[in-house]
Design a protein. Sequence first.
Length: 396
Amino acid sequence: MRLLYFAYVDLDRPNACRSHTLGLLRGFAARGCRVEAVVPRPRSLDLNLPGVGFHLLPPHQGSRKTLPLAILASFFMLWRLCQRHPYDALYARDMDVFPGPRWCSRLFGVPLFLEVDDAPVEGSYPPWLVPLVAANLRADYRRAAGLIVPSVPRGELIRREFGVPPDKVHMILNGEDPWPAAASREAARARLKVPEEALCLGYVGSVNDRYDFATMLKALALMAPRAYLVIIGDGPELPTVKALARRLGLADRVRCTGFLDHPTLGQVLPALDVGLMNLTAAQVRRHGPVHTKAATYALFGLPVITAGDSLAGYPPELADLLWLVPPEDPRALAEFLLSPAAAAPERHRRGQALARYAAAHLTWEAVAGKILEVMAAGAAREAVHLRSALPGRMTC
């Protein structure tokens, strides 16, 4: 399959968006696709992925002032590529103000598939602009042959607020790259200065206000002196998290490593006993209890605790393996972690079962394979629709 891929993502920022973009491109290429990717040019990253050709826009500036130029530049680059080559599908991470993928899909008859990886209207736009952005999204969703969403609430919102037919929305969880060789548990704990006998909780990812660090820290205070918390990542809320840890008297039990690249994570993750991905109650309602971190922890064989009211609608094998606690309830989290249900033998069993599930379903290659299945089915439906619309078509 020949794919044209577009994402307006800042590849200079070492975060989930960059990992997602490059991971999925590698996954498509590993599945035998010929991929042409239109992305902003990074200043600090060498884009060299076998099987992927890059066509670079001006660097991502991180400012709304540069969006008009980026919108025009992306349209002309996509248009030029569609003129030169026939594509089997155009795949875009749904950027709410970029109409180029839709226009090129319509002009060249290329089936369009959109990945809605966040709230549909992502930016903090002025009130007068929000209806225009929403109108652009409705046109995108009408044109798309398929929408890829990573969570149950996202799919429900798109169907409810944008009138998208249910059979057009496909839930496919985000993936992760397999981990390289890892350190021993003893070496990882020595590196982090975590005692061997301690219960070590871990968080990996961006430190922002979506995640409920207050509950994690208050639960840690209830478990002291038995437990430690390791925060692996960086973000705007890190100073606030550190300050709260000090106020709770936990400065000596919280380790903050800052951002670590993929190979270095293998030197730290073996120290953890449990992976936490607790969102705040409001964010659980918007994004669901299962998100990118499920793959990150599972591929490393860590059991996972998440916050939410239900895992209905998620893959049943995965839902059976995740531990679910009420959102924003430190006592419930602490009591569960200290209960026999979360003791070492059960942690090990769940972690190993999650690792087997993730190896089969949550690598980027596996995720790309599921998306390609959606593309093949959607493109076939589109072809039938186009044939039925031809003038003078005869039926038996």
